[in-house]
Ligand binder design. Structure first.
Ligand code: CP
Length: 325
């Protein structure tokens, strides 16, 4: 694997999931793989889980990690080719990225979308500029449109719970695919579509689920990611018989970055979970309690959200391991 910015960079998703689970069973089995190698993690936007889990994962592979809050501590970067830099930007990515390419063996980057210009965000201009100029493997820590480390973690978590459920079930011959529902949830501000896009892309590429996406009208995601999923505007109908419910807010893709009005109560509650197959509830975090998800769900028995976030280490370790090899 030469880079990790999308599901399309992964030759075999099932093998990568298994690799993450193998690291979970034996975290130190490749503790010298990254000896004398260095990963630079560049944060143009905030993070907690991605930053910490990537650092832990790299260290378990014997790598040195360098963290740089470039968005708040670095020089303001320019990304436009041919820019006349008489404004607020101080250094062009053309000049900065090759230097990072000399300092590190892998360059990991987090960059959020502006949510103003859809074409610019969906061209992944910023991460593509780093790929073009750094000359070393680039790992996305979440980009303008996708969050692949989160999505790999989500599939690792679903695989774990689905396998455990099957082995505990009295009817061990059951071989149906899990029903996974991605549901939109309310929020107080416009959020990127990255996590939802990425989850849809990965579940579709994985091909091991019966997959439904539910959201109010106006919140349709880009079809390049959702093709293959059933789209259902009625949340109650979508939730019926679900095994996993993935909760996430996102702003509109069509009326880009807007928050179209919606009717009804879209926040998941125990009453709504009653329609599912006792579904496990997932969320990437951070979460706005009692806006996006109720306390009763977050603190209740159906939530696997802490487990999911803990799995971020194993997904990152599997990916970094592939990039090192
Ligand atoms: N889910 C996730 O990416 O969390 P952070 O923003 O804290 O890294």
């Amino acid at each position: 694997m030469k880079q990790f910015i999308s599901a399309h960079d992964v030759p075999d998703i099932r093998s990568l999931i298994q690799k993450a689970l193998d690291y979970k069973a034996n975290p130190w089995k490749d503790e010298t793989l990254g000896k004398h190698k260095r990963i630079g993690c560049l944060f143009l936007n905030p993070s907690m889980r991605t930053r910490l889990s990537t650092q832990v994962a790299a260290q378990q592979l014997g790598m040195e990690t360098v963290m740089f809050n470039a968005g708040s501590e670095g020089w303001a970067l320019e990304f436009e080719d041919g820019a006349i830099m008489n404004g607020t930007t101080v250094e062009h990515v053309k000049d900065a990225a090759p230097i990072m390419g000399n300092y590190f063996d892998i360059l990991a980057i987090r960059t959020f979308p502006g949510l103003k210009d859809r074409q610019a965000d969906y061209s992944e201009h910023i991460i593509q500029q780093f790929i073009k100029y750094a000359g070393i493997p680039v790992l996305s820590l979440e980009s303008a449109t996708l969050h692949p480390l989160q999505s790999l973690t989500d599939l690792v978590t679903i695989t774990e719970f689905w396998r455990a459920g099957l082995s505990n079930a009295s009817n061990k011959t059951e071989s149906r695919k899990p029903k996974i529902v991605l549901t939109w949830a309310p929020h107080v501000k416009a959020l990127p579509q990255c996590v939802a896009n990425s989850f849809a892309q990965w579940v579709n590429a994985w091909g091991e689920a019966d997959f439904t996406i539910t959201h109010p009208e106006g919140y349709e995601l880009a079809t390049e990611f959702t093709n293959g999923a059933t789209i259902e505007y009625d949340q109650d109908k979508a939730l019926k018989d679900a095994d996993f419910v993935y909760v996430k807010n996102w702003s509109a893709y069509n009326e880009y970055g807007s928050l179209p009005p919606f009717g009804g109560n879209w926040m998941l509650t125990n009453e709504k979970i009653g329609q599912t197959c006792n579904a496990k509830v997932m969320h990437c975090l951070p979460v706005r309690r009692n806006i996006e998800l109720s306390d009763e769900i977050l603190d209740g028995p159906n939530s696997i959200i802490t487990h999911e976030a803990s799995n971020r280490v194993w997904a990152a370790q599997a990916v970094i391991s592939e990039l090192l090899q």
